[in-house]
Design a protein around this ligand. Structure first.
Ligand code: FAD
Length: 281
């Protein structure tokens, strides 16, 4: 499965969370992921937290990619961070715009869009980094419309991105339609679906409303019926997401990027359900 699967983690906040991260990462080594990535900024995490978690992953033997966002950062900050990652042996970066924390006022920084960060990384570090960017099959929530958003995605690829990871979705058609439209605009880089496990209804619905991912009505209804029954939610979630992953692979998705939420169990359960060879897994 190595080249088929990549995994996403977030930086731990304390020692207990770090131990859990390491435990989960060790369990997930069985999947031989092509690479793992570590988020930045979401939930108040710092760049040092991301760099430290990347170092932990590197020690465990993973090809580890930090997420790097540009909104609110200066060119000098970003250049320094890129050099530090280079010294750390990092060869892959997930380049994002990011979001300004609420209450921080308008966007007055030097970078306003991820395409500018991609261009900056190429200008300052050449081909050192493999650059991943974000893609939104169901449209980024701030985009004027889907066509404009697709155009902005194409700009990131033209600026030098090597591949893309999508926001999560539960409707495979949204993904394939996006991939088709991107290809029609000349995009040839892999667009890998981001896969969100379903383990906690309230968290999933809240986060989906924020990031513009659609949770279909039938899934919402089933989750509502389960109430606080965590075991049923988990079993249902594993079944739904496994089926989605299988459809994506069967119809030609180039891989799967799992949002692990620093938890091994669900990702392992889903990958066990998939019809992919154990030798590759
Ligand atoms: P962009 O590609 O810059 O797009 C942002 C918006 O601007 C879109 O609506 C786009 O249509 C529009 N736009 C782009 N270019 C232009 C232009 N030239 N003119 C006008 N409008 C334009 N957030 C974190 O804080 N930390 C993370 O670690 C993190 N990891 C993520 C990983 C993945 C795989 C994904 C899908 C998202 C992640 N996010 C993360 C969330 C992300 O930061 C937000 O979705 C953010 O709002 C947009 O980032 P972007 O890189 O997609 O921005």
């Amino acid at each position: 499965m190595s080249s088929l699967v990549s995994l996403e983690f977030f930086p731990p906040r304390d020692n207990a969370a770090q131990e859990k991260l390491i435990r989960s990462a060790k369990q997930l080594q069985a999947l031989q992921p092509g690479y793992v990535s570590v988020t930045f900024g979401a939930g108040g995490s710092t760049r040092a937290g991301t760099a430290d978690a990347v170092a932990i992953m590197q020690k465990l033997g993973f090809d580890a990619a930090p997420h790097l966002s540009c909104i609110g950062a200066s060119a000098q900050d970003l250049a320094d961070i890129l050099q530090a990652y280079k010294r750390q042996g990092v060869r892959r970066i997930v380049a994002l715009r990011g979001d300004l924390p609420s209450g921080m006022g308008g966007d007055t920084g030097e970078f306003h869009y991820a395409s500018q960060l991609v261009r900056f990384i190429r200008e300052t570090t050449g081909d050192w980094f493999h650059i991943e960017v974000a893609a939104y099959p169901e449209m980024h929530p701030q985009a004027r419309n889907a066509a404009a958003d697709l155009g902005h995605f194409v700009e990131k690829v033209q600026a030098g991105a090597n591949s893309a990871i999508t926001q999560y979705f539960f409707n495979a058609d949204a993904y394939f339609s996006f991939v088709e439209q991107a290809a029609a605009r000349g995009v040839g880089v892999p667009i890998v679906p981001g896969i969100m496990p379903i383990t906690n209804s309230a968290q999933l619905l809240r986060f989906s409303d924020m990031c513009g991912a659609e949770v279909p009505r039938w899934i919402r209804q089933r989750l509502a019926e389960f109430g606080d029954d965590k075991a049923s939610i988990r079993a249902f979630g594993e079944e739904v997401v496994s089926r989605l992953c299988q459809t994506l692979l069967d119809q030609g998705a180039p891989g799967l990027h799992f949002y692990t939420l620093n938890n091994a169990d669900t990702t392992l359960a889903i990958t066990r359900n998939l019809n992919i060879s154990v030798e590759a897994a």
